[in-house]
Design a protein around this ligand. Structure first.
Ligand code: NDP
Length: 332
């Protein structure tokens, strides 16, 4: 099998020297074990955090061990009564073409009719659930709210905007890093207004897009975006602090937000979360999102890179905005 390993801890932006692509022979299957041929691998922003040797909500990647991460594949050999050859499974054994281990490391997927297998890595999986609980459980969005979402054309953001619309937001505003993404936000994902954050001052762009202020902010970016949201909030505003991708590859912490006093002036609530806190919401989410997908009220994009050997490049490209919707690696 072929797998990616972390060779050194990156300083700032990761480089190819920080990784190794390794070929190794798999041992014969032990009792209770299965072998899974991966179909799709997920590359995600949180993986950058795991490359650092710092305590977090998931342990750091170990040097010279395969990079973990979400993947979906099919069982090709089984010595377990729990999984059979041909089963579609989800797991976190990550950046490799073949994954092997105890059956308990793999979760069988009951396929939703008409949904491709890749979808369990995003719109019906981790990033979709993140959008759902971030908006509804963390920010407690109510019908009639004006909602601002940053990173709006990515895997989490594109779903969050549509859920806001489906749950009765009065106005949904998004930001993204290119004009083409901004067009997609309003033409495909149901945003009322959107702006390219690279085209000017984020605070001014947000004021233009939400002249009556915002009630909910779904933060995927941090820094200048969070500062702009604090300034734009109406009284009692709520933010779901989901991610801070603008700071993941910087060596210095960001200077913004400089206006935290808005919290007390407006009675704002900022609540951080990781999707793992809300794993028990997966059932509700799948039921509702499966319905939305079936009726066509929830749509999605994938940016697919072919070949397990291109996984690192796919990760780096995603961190720089090359993806629309979910960035995926198709293994075979
Ligand atoms: P995306 O699909 O959104 O891909 C990342 C995107 O981030 C890029 O496409 C790029 O889009 C944007 N980006 C990169 N650098 C910057 C920057 N400096 N400023 C603004 N935007 C930037 O990834 P995900 O949907 O998987 O994740 C989105 C966010 O949600 C991340 O912050 C991630 O860490 C977080 N997250 C948090 C979870 C949790 O449990 N709390 C779970 C899953 C994700 P563009 O072209 O618009 O710049």
């Amino acid at each position: 099998s072929r797998e990616w390993r972390l060779a050194a801890r990156p300083q700032g932006w990761p480089t190819t020297d920080d990784f190794r692509f390794v070929e190794r022979d798999l041992p014969p299957l032990g009792p209770g074990e299965v072998r899974v041929r991966n179909a799709y691998l997920s590359v995600d922003p949180y993986m950058r955090g795991r490359m650092d040797d710092k305590p977090s909500y998931v342990p750091p990647y170990e040097l010279d061990k395969a990079m973990e991460g979400g993947a979906v594949g099919r069982v090709e050999a089984s010595r377990s009564d729990d999984l059979a050859e041909g089963d579609l499974v989800l797991h976190t054994l990550g950046w490799r073409d073949v994954a092997q281990g105890a059956a308990a490391s793999f979760r069988r997927i009951d396929p939703v009719p008409g949904v491709p297998e890749s979808a369990y890595l995003h719109v019906l999986g981790m990033t979709g659930l993140t959008a759902y609980v971030g908006l509804l459980d963390v920010a407690r969005m109510e019908p009639g709210d004006t909602v601002f979402i940053s990173g709006a054309a990515g895997a989490v953001g594109s779903v969050a905007g549509q859920i806001a619309r489906l749950k009765g937001a009065s106005r949904v505003v998004g930001s993204a890093g290119s004009d083409a993404k901004v067009d997609l936000l309003t033409s495909k994902y149901g945003y009322d207004a959107a702006f390219n954050y690279k085209s000017g001052d984020v605070g001014a762009l947000l004021r233009d897009a939400a002249p009556d202020g915002i009630d909910v902010y779904f933060d995927n970016v941090g820094g200048d975006h969070l500062e702009a949201a604090l300034a734009a909030f109406n009284r009692g505003g709520r933010a779901a602090v989901c991610g801070m991708i603008s700071a993941y590859n910087t060596e210095e912490p960001p200077a913004a937000p400089r206006n935290l006093s808005e919290l007390l002036k407006k009675g704002l609530t900022l609540k951080g979360f990781t999707v793992g806190f809300y794993a028990d919401r997966m059932k509700d989410f799948i039921a509702e999102a499966g319905q939305w997908l079936a009726e066509g009220s929830l749509v999605y994009d994938e940016t697919v890179v072919d070949g397990v050997d291109n996984t690192l490049q796919a990760f780096l490209d995603m961190m720089q905005g090359a993806n629309t919707g979910k960035m995926l690696v198709r293994v075979s």
